[in-house]
Write a protein that binds this ligand. Structure first.
Ligand code: CA
Length: 332
């Protein structure tokens, strides 16, 4: 096992339903030997693949956290062939605070990979996930939603990969998850993400975007609960074929480049021209950016730069210069 200061208080090689904590050192003024407890559940039986399912990478994204809590309670160990490792609230301090970023140090956990064993809580935990958990895995899925800022059409998300076989395996697993959309993404700053860390280790890796707006969306939760079981079926850890949702087979789409994003050029209040999921055209109005600093000036009009599905819209009203306010997906 790689050198890590993180203590694992569950037997990763045990069988049955094993619940415990990762204990990550976090020194405080009043507790020099203090640790932060990150919940972990291992459900294992017999021989088979290992699947790592994580949620709460960002603390204000709730569908994955609740779907993994459900799986931790209800997945019968005797139905498992192999091993399921669950981290339902991976970046625990952010989850407990209901925030994207850590209240400890302001870090975005999904920009901390591959981590540093002695770099502080987030880097230390990222290093543990990368160097201890990922090498055990055949398949990994990190469950995200749109968070406080964004609202996103429920989607299983994979990265665009150079390796055709890994791309095909990623697409097949994303389709098996069975969200309305299977999306291949060219992500802003993807390098230090958990998804990229898993890809670097040859693990079939998937993320998701399942709603947002800082709430738990019941429809997105139902998609997520079915989706994580579908991933386990697809991986061969559970018997049976993946279940198809009421919306049919996923629509395969892509956000191929940053030309499919609309970014706010200034601070302001965003008035979107369309609802999430609308079909939109290049050069059509995307919305208006209202500037409170200059009441007599007209709002800044922004246009889409691509034709396709309005896959992601800004949810929070207030935006800063450089924030994306719309992302367009097109059919793959
Ligand atoms: Ca996220």
């Amino acid at each position: 096992m790689a050198t890590s200061p993180v203590m694992v208080e569950v037997d990763l090689w045990g069988s049955g339903r094993l619940a415990g904590h990762l204990r990550v050192p976090q020194s405080r003024d009043d507790s020099g030997w203090g640790t932060i407890q990150v919940p972990i559940v291992v459900i294992a039986n017999g021989t088979g693949p290992t699947v790592l399912l994580t949620a709460g990478n960002h603390g204000d994204e709730y569908e994955g956290q609740v779907a993994l809590l459900d799986l931790a309670r209800t997945l019968p160990a005797e139905e498992v062939q192999g091993r399921v490792i669950l981290l339902p609230a991976m970046h625990y301090p952010a989850c407990a605070a209901g925030k994207r970023l850590s209240p400890l140090d302001g870090r975005d956990f999904n920009r901390c990979f591959p981590g540093d064993p002695f770099g502080g809580f987030a880097l230390s935990l990222a290093h543990f996930v990368d160097s201890v958990l990922l090498p055990l895995c055949d398949v990994q899925m990190d469950l995200h939603s749109g968070g406080t800022g964004m609202d996103i059409v429920p989607s299983a998300v994979g990265h665009m990969l150079d390796h055709p076989e890994m791309q095909a395996r990623t697409l097949a697993m994303a389709d098996a998850f069975g969200a309305p959309v299977t999306l291949l993404l060219k992500e802003v700053n993807a390098g230090p993400t958990l998804l990229a860390a898993a890809e670097n280790r040859g693990v079939v890796a998937l993320s998701s975007e399942l709603g947002g707006g800082g709430r738990l969306n019941p429809r997105a939760l139902a998609i997520t609960k079915r989706g994580v079981r579908n991933v386990l079926r697809h991986a061969g850890v559970l018997q049976g074929k993946p279940e198809i949702g009421e919306y049919g087979h996923p629509r395969r789409m892509t956000v191929p480049d940053l030309g499919h994003y609309v970014f706010a050029p200034a601070d302001g209040i965003w008035e979107a021209a369309h609802e999430l999921g609308a079909a939109v055209q290049a050069d059509a109005p995307a919305g208006l950016l209202h500037r409170i600093e200059d009441p007599t000036a007209p709002p800044i009009a922004l246009s889409y730069k691509a034709t396709g599905l309005l896959w992601c819209v800004r949810h929070a009203g207030r935006v800063k210069a450089g924030d994306p306010v719309a992302v367009i997906a097109r059919d793959l």
